[in-house]
Design a protein around this ligand. Structure first.
Ligand code: URA
Ligand code: CA
Length: 436
């Protein structure tokens, strides 16, 4: 078998064998298959697709290209969650303490932000002293002592994905379901555990702009996970406007803490309670309404907040953050965006808001860019809110030297204000899960 045969086969819509897929990925990581050959194959996959077996096989080959991390020494079921990419999505920092307060351990590897989406590790680093650098043993030990740990990736997992993702980005082959699914799942499955919840975002801020496409992706993701022996659920959730009101790093920590006090924004609170309930159901079954009610009380009686404090202190952070936001990083520049008209907020496109927050200093264009952890946007008005002329729409927090007036103008162009109050769309759209 040569790479040329594999390209020819896929070009003509013939299914590839497991061996052909395995060898191609191995040779690509080694350099024997060249970028131009892989580009041709990716484009053939884009047009001809891959069936479930091929997609599973591709995922497994990508996992096998690197190391795996075994978290099974965590005492209790090993739970993981993943979001396909949101704006203002602070859910991990709320769900983790919530699950831990419920009695389930939560030890997790997270990532950094890129482009218009934020990353959990960057947000945590806004807490003075907090360290995301734990070894695998360190994560297990921290989870077994504090009930929760979140750390960065140290092992060399899925090098095939790193190489393929960069190539896809440069060849117009990112948005193919078998390629997206294998990319996401190889990274998740390389971290060995028991249960996985995937928050598949749908809408402006997401990879998948419409529900049908997102559902198709969710089906493939769950199929791969289950075939790998991981209990998997995908929940389709809306990402048209940012989640919650805070977009940035330090200000999202603040919002996570407010939510853990039971005083968070409605959408963020609802999503966290929903996802935590689903993950518990997946892990140990039970009665949905009872689980949900218990989680709500843990959010309101201070138990989840105390867990967050234990978690922060266990990783070297200043636990006073839960009661004193003044220790969080502050932005040098602040500007209130004021409305020049009255009406209702009709749209607040998540991807644009993510880009504005990035340009204020809260995000990166390339992985090498430095962040300003005090920067970001506070959305005073969200979709559905009534606005009068002169009302504050948002507060911008910027890094030193940023052109605040220019960002203000872009914000005013991005936010859509109209006379009619638009119909609220449900936050939770659907789910894909097998009976276990
Ligand atoms: N996220 C990933 O990790 N990979 C993709 O291909 C798309 C989203
Ligand atoms: Ca275990």
């Amino acid at each position: 078998m040569s790479i040329l045969d594999v390209i020819e086969k896929k070009k003509h819509g013939v299914r590839l064998t497991d061996e052909e897929i395995r060898k191609t990925i191995e040779d690509y990581v080694d350099g024997a298959v060249k970028d131009y050959q892989m580009s041709a194959l990716l484009m053939a996959i884009y047009f001809q697709g891959m069936d479930r077996r091929e997609t599973f096989s591709l995922t497994r080959s990508m996992i096998d290209s690197g190391d795996t991390v075994d978290l099974n020494a965590i005492e209790g079921p090993v739970l993981d969650k993943h979001s396909t990419g949101g704006v203002g999505d602070t859910t991990t920092l709320i769900i983790g303490p919530l699950l831990s307060a419920y009695g389930l351990p939560f030890g997790k590897m997270s990532g950094r932000g890129l482009g218009h989406t934020g990353g959990t590790l960057d947000k945590l680093e806004a807490i003075p002293g907090f360290s995301v650098n734990l070894s695998v043993e360190g994560i297990i030990e921290a989870t077994n002592t504090a009930g929760i740990a979140v750390a960065g990736q140290t092992a060399n997992i899925t090098p095939a994905d790193k190489k393929l993702y960069a190539l896809r980005d440069a060849t117009g082959t990112v948005d193919a379901i078998p390629l997206i699914a294998s990319s996401i799942m190889s990274k998740k499955l390389a971290i060995l555990g028991d249960c996985l919840l995937l928050d598949v975002k749908v809408g402006d801020g997401a990879f998948m702009k419409d529900e049908k496409e997102a559902h198709a992706l969710a089906d493939v993701l769950v199929d791969i996970g289950e075939n790998f022996g991981r209990k998997t659920i995908a929940v389709l959730t809306r990402m048209e406007e940012p989640l919650g009101r805070a977009v940035g790093n330090g200000i999202e920590i603040r919002e996570a803490i407010e939510t853990l006090r039971g005083e968070g924004p409605e959408d963020l609170t609802e999503l966290c309670l929903h996802l935590a309930t689903k993950l518990i159901l997946l892990a140990e079954g039970g009665e949905e309404a009872k689980i949900r009610a218990r989680l709500e009380s843990l959010l309101h009686d201070g138990t989840a907040l105390q867990k967050f404090r234990d978690f922060v202190e266990n990783q070297g952070g200043d636990g006073r953050v839960v009661e004193d936001f003044s220790i969080l990083p502050r932005a040098q520049e602040t500007l209130e965006v004021v409305s020049d008209r009255a009406g209702y907020i009709q749209a607040l496109p998540a991807s644009e808001i993510g880009i504005l927050s990035r340009d204020l200093g809260a995000g990166r264009i390339t992985m090498e860019d430095a962040l300003d952890l005090g920067s970001g946007i506070y959305l005073t008005k969200k979709v559905g809110d009534a606005v009068r002329e002169g009302d504050v729409l948002a507060v911008l927090y910027g890094k030193p030297g940023v052109d605040m007036k220019a960002i203000e103008q872009r914000y005013l162009k991005t936010v859509r204000i109209g006379e009619e109050k638009s119909k609220a769309l449900p936050l939770i759209i659907d789910e894909v899960v097998y009976g276990h």
